[in-house]
Design a protein around this ligand. Structure first.
Ligand SMILES: [Fe+2]
Ligand SMILES: [Fe+2]
Length: 316
């Protein structure tokens, strides 16, 4: 008797992952994989869009026309990142309206870093260097994640993030060669952004419930602690080039491990900010809700236009 091999869809899915093939929108995928991706990609999209707010705050106050043009381009890039990512999430079966709704009603999270204020021009440098630097560290491995639309969006995003990081570094380098006041302003910005940037990699591996599953699904390629360590190693050296110190008395090269040791992270602060109690949470959500309400007429006009086009096409 001939035997017919029956392959269950789950097996096909896992086999694709093992062979480093991409999962595409029309492929079968386990529901928890789909839900994890929707959560992660939409949070990522929200972070890009909310991330425009602290920096947008400095566009009108940038110190020169050149600085203004660069910052404007960067903030526009972030809007583009948000749009690619919302589009990638939509391929998983969630609508953009639903994602916005989840952001506006506080159900969806976004990166806690954007709930801190930008107090001086040097903050724009510190954000580019540290925040975009941490984003690159997190996002480069995502270019190889198993979900096709997400991975492809990340390739372009990462190219732009690297420009963001360099423009931030260059702002700080310029300030580091400036007056004592400019140096002090830049050091103050680095001091304020260092720890929140360290928190961008998420909780320590021991208390990160999704890490193992996400690694098996090849959504995640490195753990939070691995990425954080890479970030510390790079920043500790770059800080020396800039001539600024990082606000961590325990930061020290460890010849045995080949890495920099660093001090404890204040996870209580992280949890407070994640749960809505950071310095700017309310302001950020209010700004996003206002943008949605103010855009009502645009959505209405677009719908009316689409309906007109449809009628015209039907009549032709
Ligand atoms: Fe971005
Ligand atoms: Fe960026």
């Amino acid at each position: 008797m001939e035997t017919v091999e029956i392959t269950c869809p789950d097996q096909v899915f896992l086999d694709k992952l093992d062979r480093e093939l991409k999962i595409e929108p029309k492929d079968w995928m386990p529901e928890p994989y789909r839900q994890t991706l929707i959560r992660q990609i939409s949070q990522h999209a929200h972070s890009e869009i909310v991330g425009m707010l602290p920096e947008g705050n400095w566009i009108t106050r940038a110190p020169s026309l050149k600085r203004k043009a660069i910052l404007l381009a960067k903030v526009q890039d972030e809007a583009g990142h948000g749009l690619y990512l919302y589009a990638a999430a939509e391929t998983l079966g969630i609508s953009r309206e639903k994602m916005y709704q989840q952001l506006h009603n506080g159900k969806a999270k976004y990166s806690s870093i954007f709930n801190y204020p930008t107090l001086s021009w040097a903050d724009i440098g510190a954000i580019g260097w540290l925040v975009d630097g941490a984003a690159i560290m997190n996002q480069v491995p995502l270019c190889r994640n198993s979900y096709g639309p997400y991975a492809r969006a990340m390739v372009r995003i990462c190219k732009e993030e690297s420009f963001h990081q360099r423009q931030g570094f260059e702002i700080l380098l310029t300030l580091s060669r400036g007056t004592p006041q400019q140096r002090a302003m830049a050091q103050d910005a680095v001091n304020r952004w260092w720890w929140p940037s360290m928190m961008m990699f998420g909780p320590p591996d021991a208390s990160s419930p999704h890490t193992q599953q996400s690694m098996r699904w090849k959504i995640k390629r490195f753990t939070n602690d691995e990425l954080r360590q890479k970030f510390v190693d790079i920043c500790a050296e770059q800080a020396t080039i800039l001539g600024f110190s990082l606000p961590d008395p325990l930061l020290k090269w460890n010849a045995t491990t080949g890495h920099f040791d660093f001090g404890p992270i204040n996870w209580d602060e992280f949890n407070q900010v994640i749960n809505g109690n950071g310095p700017c949470n309310k302001e950020r959500l209010d700004a996003r809700r206002k943008a949605w309400d103010d855009g009502e007429w645009v959505r209405e006009a677009a719908e009316a236009h689409a309906a007109k086009q449809k009628t015209k096409a039907a009549a032709a």
